[in-house]
Write a protein that binds this ligand. Sequence first.
Ligand code: GLY
Ligand code: MN
Ligand code: MN
Length: 490
Amino acid sequence: MKKTFGVLLLAIPLLIQAQPEAGPKDLLKSDFHKEKRAELRAKMPDNSVAVFFSNAIRNRANDVDFLYHQDPNFFYLTGHKEPHSVLMVFKETQNINDNTLNEIIFVRGHDVLRELYDGPRLGKDGADDKLAIQVAFENPSFKDFNIDFSKFDKVLFYDFKNDVRNTEEEGDLFDLIEQFKQKSGYKQGELAIEPQKNNLDVVSLDRIMRQLRGVKTKEELDLIRKAVDISTIGQREVMKAMKPGMSEAEIQGIHEFVFKKYGAEYEGYPSIVGAGNHGCILHYIDNYKPAIEDGELILMDLGAEYHGYTADVTRTIPVNGTFTKEQKLIYDLVYEAQQAAADSCKAGLPFTALYETTAKIVNEGLVELGLYKSLKDEDIINPETGRNRYYPHGCCHHIGLDVHDKGLYGTLEENMTITIEPGIYIPKDSPADKKWWDIPVRIEDDYLITKDGCELLSDKAPRRSDEIEKLMKETSIFTDYELPPLKSED
Ligand code: GLY
Ligand code: MN
Ligand code: MN
């Protein structure tokens, strides 16, 4: 017995070693972030430094914070997901505090008690080990970091929103920002009036980050493809499970369950699930309707976020599985507009052409259906909003680390990832004939721009009205599932 125990003890270290490392295998590697810092450095002007701060922790109420979300620029350049950090990237190699460096990060140090509650921190040791940034220090030492910002021709950074709380922790984000302001000669409000004042510059960095982030690399595309695939599987399951009487929140729950099941950590933005008139509220996120009614359309705009990258996919479907005549006319018009824009998509096309293509088809179609009297502005523009009455939003944006991702909006380039998302929304009490009321339609898909065209990434979820009706006849694991009644409902 004793012997067996001894053998077992001996085997434990081997067993531990043999365990695969916990967590996903397809996270971005430190080399990716290092390469992005090198690309940033290459685009920075001579004798400059770029300074990036991590995102603030936002308080939800009392002692509960919102889920922390790293600033996407900060994540892109570091892979570091923790708060209270600052990164500096230098154009040229510097000698500061006996260190020779062209980049430095200040991160939170360890705190045994806080780590008991919130989980492990990277600390300086982890930063040295995992981030591949030349020099890492703990954030309290930023105070005594002997950097003379006045010697740079340009100090590039994003201006502050002044909405960061001061905590008791030394070297927290509040302290880092205050110390940076002192060291750099930042004066409150000055850059809001003149964004390039002395050597401080709060405009140029954004253009560089847009150039970098707007064009995706292979590693990013792999993650975006996965986020989009997951989102479209969610849309498919809901199409099969949908029936009148379900609640908007229940539909949202099915999508988000599918996201989690496939390893997506979060939603890339608050899920939009709006039936009937709710779908006419462009960013409706209350999702509170308890029982979706027979005959309604439901607009579902949801995107899974996978390792930081988000999809943005909208499907609009008839709750009972069959579009009414009016719903189908509007749906097919939006589809035609989207498809025409997708057909025109390729590197070199101006971004604005995509909106123009969709708006032309939508406006002409609405004139044909009698919803607009003519193509004149006075018949199309709603004077209260200054927008196209039934197609009041833009058509396309970059997707990536942000749902409305950083990118330039001049011409399309190879390896940009964008949405095409025309919509028509006819709310109750609009000037249209009543038969058109409560029809919201948005069709939103994600595309990869290629040299000669574009690749539809979200093709797993059907888009054509007949294909949607066909899929809705199938069943899903969420069809007719049952949970026990609540005690209060017995
Ligand atoms: N989900 C927000 C948008 O489509 O832009
Ligand atoms: Mn979108
Ligand atoms: Mn969307």
